[in-house]
Every structure is written in C-alpha cells, then in structure tokens.
Design a protein around this ligand. Structure first.
Ligand code: PEP
Length: 252
C-alpha cells in the first residue's frame, strides 16, 4: 500500500515573512484537520529558514525546489545540497518543467543533480512530463521514456526508495487545464511499467507517482481515486491555506 504524498511547490512566491505567516497558519489548520497523508511544502531558498522555524518538528516536510549539481566551489548563484542539509532540508524537487523550459535543464543535467542528492541521502521528487505538442504528435511515451532513462541513469536499485516521480504534463501546469484522471492514470501506469523494466516489479509497485498540473480541491479526489496516482504536486493551489488544506485532507 502506497501512502498518499501531497506536496506544495511555491515556485517564486512568498518572501520569508509571508512564508513564515503561511507556515504558522498551515500548521494550525493541518493539526485541527487531522490530515493523514505525507505532506511537503517547497518554499523559495531564502524563505526556507523561516518556514523551518515553524515546521521543523511537525509532520510537514520542508523541501527545496532545486539545488546545484556540485557540493561547493565557483558556481555563482547556486545552492549546494550540503547547505540544504545543514539547514535540515532532506527533500528536493528536481527537473521541474520550468527548470527545463526556462533554464535549459535536460534529463542529463538533472541526472547529475539526482545522483548528487542521492549520494547525500536526500529524497528526490523528479518531475517528468510532455508538452502539448509532444502529446498531440503521439510522442508521450517516447518523451517519458527518455526522461526516465536518462534522468535516472546510474541510479541504483537500492536508492529507488528515495525517488518520487511527479508526472506533470507541461500543458496542465498553471493553465487551469487538468489531465483527465483516466489520461493521468494511463501516463502513471506507463511510468510504473517503465520503472519495472528498468528496475523490478517490486520497485515499480512501491514507487510513489504524484500527478501535477492544476490540481485543486475540486479535482483531487477523482485523481487520487485512480490506482496509479499516489499523490499530487500542487503549484498555484498550494499558495493559500484555504486552497491547500482541502487537498491535504481529500481523503477525510
Ligand atoms: C507545479 O508547479 O508543479 C504545478 C503543477 O503547478 P499548478 O498546480 O499551478 O498547475
């Protein structure tokens, strides 16, 4: 049985003071609601310490949205995984489509970061997904295969329990368009089968696959009802406690 894992990606929203106030409200709301899923929020780097002050000993994991592909050195503007670990951050989102689209990240460059994060024992949420053009030209499976094969290259079977896959069709991110639960489930099944062929049935069965792309209170239940959808990576609807809480408590 895979435990549901709901994560909030704040992207470039919420400065430290806003983030701290949000974290206090979220923690209170989560405690009162008795939410029973694995929960995570990923603030911008500079807001992480303020959020950790509030959520450190809580059930809500604090993650980073990205990290460097080196531990230290002359890499201006980058944030080392060691700095994240020093703060107490042990989870990182890697390969978000906005990183691929705007910052030139590729499955190969993301793979370097994944291997480094795993070397340090971090949990990785690895994002994959196709553009509308790729879907419409029938390339969905080809794109997912490339992203999984190259992004997870040299990841050892024993590290696969630290990997979460987030399936995020690019055309559904921040657009209000959601994949139908059936389409999302089909893509998740394809991902699970690909992981089975790369690793084993056991690893594929245990793999948590989140769906991301305009997840909201009004569609989360239908998505989560699907056999291969084990969680959600939520952007816009994670920015207000009133929007995020019903997603965290979809099963209540
Ligand atoms: C995301 O940023 O990963 C995302 C899925 O965004 P949204 O929920 O706003 O579509």
């Amino acid at each position: 049985m895979r435990k549901a894992y709901i994560a909030g990606n704040w992207k470039m929203n919420m400065c430290p003071s806003e983030a701290k106030a949000y974290a206090q409200d979220l923690l209170k709301a989560v405690k009162e609601s008795g939410a029973d899923v694995k929960m995570m929020v990923a603030p911008p780097f500079v807001s992480i310490p303020a959020v950790l002050d509030v959520l450190k000993d809580s059930p809500i994991i604090v993650a980073a949205q990205n990290m460097a592909d080196h531990d230290s050195g002359a890499y201006t503007g980058e944030v080392s995984p060691l700095f994240l670990l020093d703060l107490g951050v042990k989870t990182v989102i890697l390969g978000h489509s906005e990183r691929r689209q705007y910052y030139g990240e590729t499955s190969a460059s993301i793979n370097k970061k994944i291997l480094l994060a795993l070397k340090h024992g971090m949990e990785v949420i690895y994002c994959v997904g196709e553009t509308l053009e790729q879907r419409e030209s029938g390339k969905l499976e080809e794109v997912l295969t490339e992203q999984l094969q190259n992004g997870l290259k040299d990841v050892k079977a024993e590290d696969m329990d630290k990997i979460v896959i987030a399936y995020e069709p690019v055309w559904a991110i921040g657009t209000g368009k959601t994949a139908t639960p059936e389409d999302a489930d089909d893509a998740h099944l394809f991902i699970r089968k690909t992981i089975e062929s790369l690793y084993s049935k056991d690893i594929a069965e245990k793999l948590i696959i989140q769906y991301g792309g305009s997840v909201k209170a009004n569609n989360v239940k239908a998505l989560m009802a699907k056999e291969n959808i084990d969680g959600a990576l939520v952007g816009g609807a994670s920015l207000k406690v009133n929007d995020f809480l019903p997603i965290l408590t979809y099963n209540k």
